[in-house]
Design a protein. Structure first.
Length: 141
């Protein structure tokens, strides 16, 4: 049986660290611990971006940046980042409008608005993902 792939372990470690950071950050901001932030989308850093950046950097460092494998990781990572910004950004705007104009007047439970990312949140995801991946990959060598 083969061992657990190092690049996957690296990306998962970065993902867990990002979600833990969000949990701590938003718990401090809200003045209470909310386990929802351990699995929530949106916020800083973009854990989706960090995850795919960590994977691409780990693949690049382990297999080379001029390889087909890195190209695949990069392309799929770019799609995820684009969706985190554009698609989920639109979903977030729609959620805000639905809450204000539909659910609010009806006194209904609001839908989650924290789903998209700003450019800054995505850039932090790239920095945390790429930097974290490089650090973990170098430590494991």
């Amino acid at each position: 049986m083969t061992s657990f792939p190092q690049v996957l372990m690296t990306a998962l470690a970065v993902q867990v660290l990002c979600q833990a950071f969000k949990f701590i950050r938003y718990s401090i901001r809200d003045g209470r611990m909310n386990p929802h932030y351990l699995v929530t989308a949106g916020g800083v850093p973009s854990a989706h971006t960090a995850f795919v950046s960590a994977l691409a950097v780990a693949v690049g460092l382990r297999n080379g940046f001029a390889t087909d494998l890195f190209a695949v990781a990069f392309v799929f990572g770019a799609i995820v980042v684009y969706d985190a910004f554009r698609l989920r950004g639109h979903v977030q705007n729609h959620a805000r409008i639905i809450n204000q104009h539909v659910l609010g007047p009806l006194n209904q439970k609001p839908v989650t608005e924290m789903v998209g990312h700003s450019v800054g949140e995505i850039l932090w995801g790239v920095v945390v993902g790429g930097g974290g991946s490089a650090a973990i990959t170098l430590l494991l060598q």
